[in-house]
Design a protein around this ligand. Structure first.
Ligand SMILES: Cc1ncc(COP(=O)(O)O)c(C=O)c1O
Length: 408
């Protein structure tokens, strides 16, 4: 009998979303007339911008003729997409070359797959609360022990992010090799200042660590002083990998396109202590295990980088940000403390009266027929917090705010 990867058995059953589903279903069965509004999901709701749709239609036509047909493409992505992305970095005076950009089918996959090129004995730090993919992929890779009752895995370093530290984790006390940072943050919707990020880059340089910087929500940054890329920080090219996605700006959650920046300055060390280019390893990994994102999709993504596409994306992002601001104002007006939602499509709120995240979930569902995500589902330090997503229609957001005002 073939042996399985036993690390998978350490994974806790996907508890959060199934449990939400179970409670919502039970409520709907008991209250068949209730119009339940779901503000729990991190998926976009609006259709693709027209510049992207037009480009993808044209790309399908390319595939229909001999002289414009495309088969296997470069595993790293087409130059027609890598170059404008590099141009966007350079427009912000950030030094990233097109051949340091690896196009993929998602940041979820990339943040998990990147672990292929790192040794099993690295120590790993994650924030708490956290986007669960970072944790689970490390469990699968065998870098943790079992989970305790609070859901924390032995061997991982958890860095609490709460209102007390303004949602920026304190530097670890000891040496950590790989550190996941996500800004703008899912689930808290908060951002990190230039100074805070500089501290992390300095820490990474001093400790030979690598930062895995997820900026899937970069397009949502509205405040002028907040860095859009980790590479805006001095020294980051030597210590950071950056993940970006077209999912939340261009609405590509179903289309699938993202990219990972691996600077050529970044090195790791071999078992025998020599330095090794991380860029070369990732290139090797992708060439072997990945066939590239589809031609049609990359044409769509390239249109997202065009002037027309950028304008359309801006209005899409503004639409969700206005939703976030309506949610925040509504919650503020009933005396609930909120965080985030200014540079991110998520509003993170402190549950009133010290209620547990799940008790607040039940209260919001029972009284206002609204569904959100309990903060404790993203990690033990999320207890007492709650996430509302701004990805929804305006009509639903308006109705949700009216109910918040009426019922809470
Ligand atoms: C922090 C974060 N990173 C990455 C992703 C996944 O992005 P993609 O759709 O490109 O896989 C998400 C999606 O919700 C996310 O919240």
């Amino acid at each position: 009998m073939a042996q399985i990867n036993d690390n998978y058995l350490k994974l806790q059953a996907g508890y959060l979303f199934p449990e939400i589903g179970r409670r919502v279903n039970a409520f709907c069965e008991a209250n068949p007339d209730a119009n339940v509004i779901r503000l729990g999901i991190g998926d976009v709701t609006e259709p693709l911008p027209s510049a992207i749709v037009t480009a993808m239609h044209a790309a399908v036509d390319d595939l229909a003729a001999h002289d414009t047909f495309h088969g296997y493409g470069p595993e790293q992505g087409y130059a027609f997409l890598r170059e404008p992305i590099a141009g966007e970095y350079q427009a912000r005076r950030v030094n990233v070359d097109a051949d340091e950009i690896f196009i993929s089918d998602g940041s979820k996959c990339d943040t998990g797959n990147i672990l292929d090129i790192f040794g099993p004995d690295n120590t790993v730090a994650v924030t708490d609360p956290v986007y669960p993919v970072y944790v689970d992929t490390n469990v699968m890779a065998g870098r943790t022990g079992a989970a305790d009752e609070a859901g924390r895995y032995a061997g991982l370093v958890y860095l609490p992010v709460t209102a007390e530290n303004n949602f920026v984790p304190a530097l670890p006390e000891g040496k950590v090799d790989l550190i996941y940072l996500c800004y703008p943050n899912n689930p808290t919707g908060t951002v990190a200042t230039r100074e805070a990020l500089q501290q992390w880059v300095d820490y990474a340089k001093a400790n030979d660590s690598i930062l895995l910087f997820d900026s899937a929500y970069e397009a949502y940054i509205t405040e002028p002083d907040i860095p859009h890329s980790i590479y805006e920080i001095d020294g980051a090219r030597e210590v950071a990998i950056e993940f970006r996605s077209f999912s939340k700006n261009a609405g590509f959650t179903g289309v699938r396109c993202a990219y990972t920046v691996v600077p050529k300055d970044l090195v790791g060390r071999t078992a025998s202590g020599e330095t090794q280019s991380i860029h070369a390893l990732w290139n090797r990994r992708q060439s072997t295990k990945f066939n590239g994102a589809s031609y049609v999709v990359q044409r769509g993504a390239a249109a997202a980088c065009s002037e027309e596409g950028q304008e359309q994306i801006r209005s899409l992002v503004d639409f969700y940000l206005t939703n976030a601001s309506l949610l925040r104002d509504g919650l503020d007006s009933v005396g609930i403390t909120t965080y985030g939602g200014v540079n991110a499509p998520y509003v993170w709120l402190k549950t009133p009266g010290g209620a547990s995240s799940w008790d607040y979930f039940d209260e919001l569902l029972g009284k206002a027929h609204l569904v959100g995500t309990p903060g404790s589902g993203f990690g033990a330090s999320g207890e007492g917090y709650f996430r509302l997503s701004a990805f929804n229609s305006r009509a639903n957001i308006d109705e949700a705010v009216a109910r918040l005002k009426k019922t809470l």
